[in-house]
Design a protein around this ligand. Structure first.
Ligand SMILES: NC(=O)NCCC(=O)O
Ligand SMILES: [Zn+2]
Ligand SMILES: [Zn+2]
Length: 479
């Protein structure tokens, strides 16, 4: 049965217009007024509300095995929570152990993700290097629709990628038309500072941000950007959290480099005072990397998002409950790193962005959905309300007030970093694959209904990248 959304204001990244939207077979079939639709179509009244492309969260970690435990949110609960918050697609991460074949890890994550209730896709992490990794990257791109690879510059003695791996993998990305992405923190420095702090008797969560100061992120951001520049490859930096990293991205973009940056809802809103909470559990619940930053950085991140130095927003949704965080009771370096937010991101972004005059409704759509779809090459299938696009939509009520709380959220975690905040602007209805999956505060989802989204290689920026590289080939001197 088709679905007719009537009378809403369609908000795309480029413009807004009042019109009806008719969806069938998971796709938007018609947009306009007085549409000719089957008489049995389900009708959703969107008068006075906004009809926007569903959010795309390009950075989540459902059921991630990490730091001796497994994230409490799985693909079923996590994608359901996402839908309750108006996010209709996630891009999660396959993270092979060092020496583990990439294809083996990919198959494992695909198995877990088959329970998803909303569409999903994968970045694949390159945590080590040899010829088999080179081969598997090719397979993933050419046979499995993976067009982005992640590199952790932190987490020494675990998943950290050395410079040699960065260089080899970035270069392979260029050959394959895939986007290299980085978690930019200097893992060697973090390791050194962690030891130093522990030796000085600082074992609590307040030491976490001290072990990962902003210069540690700035150095890694600069190194990754310069490696990408030397190789002539574009680059995407995940969870940019501070001025130092923003400055590196701004400089690179100013010099014509194709560098993109993502910011998390948490980093936009919270500062590092959370780690000084006298309640150990509350402080530990905020332990994630990079950490929340000293007060001035949030304004810098907002400006960078407004001004286009940063293009996407995400959550790094990676849930660990109190008993899991307790593993680090006597040693902050053992607190599993991660916080939640896949359900809250759009509401936080609207409330602090649109309601505060930082973003227009169209800019909101850009940073919540469209830009991620473009960078990861699934636009206009995702990220816009247009005929032929997937019918993944959120009907947004700009006047609806919502109290964020762990008591009522759908996320499978006992803590919410935005606890107690009342936001104005929230999803009224979420539509996934042309079906109403969230309305009147109720989820109506089907386990396994989410589709794996293949993302083709060679997004159009590679036309320019390749042309530029060709024209700047080193040339010998004829003698
Ligand atoms: N961010 C975090 O603390 N945990 C998840 C892994 C990562 O993205 O670094
Ligand atoms: Zn990270
Ligand atoms: Zn992450």
């Amino acid at each position: 049965m088709g679905l007719l959304i009537k009378g809403g204001k369609i908000v795309n990244a480029d413009a807004s217009v009042i019109a009806d939207v008719y969806c069938e077979d998971g796709v938007i079939k018609q947009i306009g007024t007085d549409l000719d639709v089957p008489s049995d179509a389900e009708v959703v009244d969107a008068a006075g509300k906004l009809v926007m492309p569903g959010g795309i969260d390009p950075h989540t970690h459902m059921q991630l095995p990490f730091m001796g435990t497994v994230a409490s949110e799985d693909f079923y609960t996590g994608t359901a929570a996402a839908l309750a918050g108006g996010t209709t697609m996630i891009i999660d991460f396959v993270i092979p152990d060092p020496q583990q074949p990439l294809m083996e890890a990919y198959e494992t994550w695909m198995g877990w993700a088959s329970r998803s209730v909303a569409d999903y896709s994968f970045h694949v992490a390159v945590t080590w290097w040899d010829d088999s990794v080179y081969e598997d990257m090719g397979k993933l791109v050419n046979e499995h629709g993976v067009n982005s690879f992640k590199h952790f510059m932190a987490y020494k003695n675990a998943i950290m990628a050395e410079d040699e791996t960065l260089v080899n993998s970035f270069n392979r990305c260029l050959e394959l038309g895939a986007m290299p992405t980085v978690h930019a923190e200097n893992g060697e420095l973090v390791y050194h500072l962690q030891k130093k702090l522990l030796a000085a008797g600082l074992t609590g969560p307040e030491a976490h941000p001290l072990s990962r100061p902003t210069e540690v992120e700035g150095e890694a951001a600069n190194r990754a950007i310069r490696i990408a520049q030397s190789l002539g490859v574009p680059l995407y930096l995940v969870h940019v959290s501070c001025q130092e990293a923003v400055d590196e991205i701004a400089r690179a973009r100013h010099e014509g480099q194709r560098v993109y940056g993502e910011v998390l809802a948490g980093h936009l809103e919270l500062d590092d005072s959370v780690y000084r909470n006298e309640d150990w559990g509350a402080a530990a619940a905020h332990v994630m990397s990079p950490p929340f930053r000293p007060k001035k950085h949030q304004a810098v991140l907002w400006s960078a998002l407004q001004g286009g130095t940063l293009q996407t927003t995400a959550t790094d949704h990676c849930c660990f409950c109190a008993e899991q965080k307790a593993a680090g009771k006597d040693d902050f370096t053992k607190i599993p790193n991660g916080t939640a937010g896949v359900e809250d991101r759009l509401m936080i972004l609207w409330d602090s962005g649109v309601n505060q005059g930082r973003l227009t409704e169209n800019e909101f759509v850009s940073v919540a959905s469209t830009n991620a779809a473009k960078i990861f090459n699934i636009y206009p299938r995702k990220g816009c309300v247009a005929v032929g696009s997937d019918a993944d939509l959120v009907i947004w009520d700009a006047n609806k007030e919502h109290l964020i709380s762990a008591k009522t959220h759908h996320q499978n975690i006992d803590f919410n970093i935005f606890e107690g905040r009342t936001v104005k602007g929230a999803p009224d209805t979420t539509i996934s694959q042309g079906k109403v999956v969230y309305a009147n505060g109720e989820l109506n989802v089907v386990e396994g209904a989410g589709n794996y989204v293949q993302r083709p290689a060679f997004p159009t920026i590679f036309d320019a990248v390749q042309k530029y590289n060709e024209l700047h080939q080193p040339k010998g001197v004829e003698r």
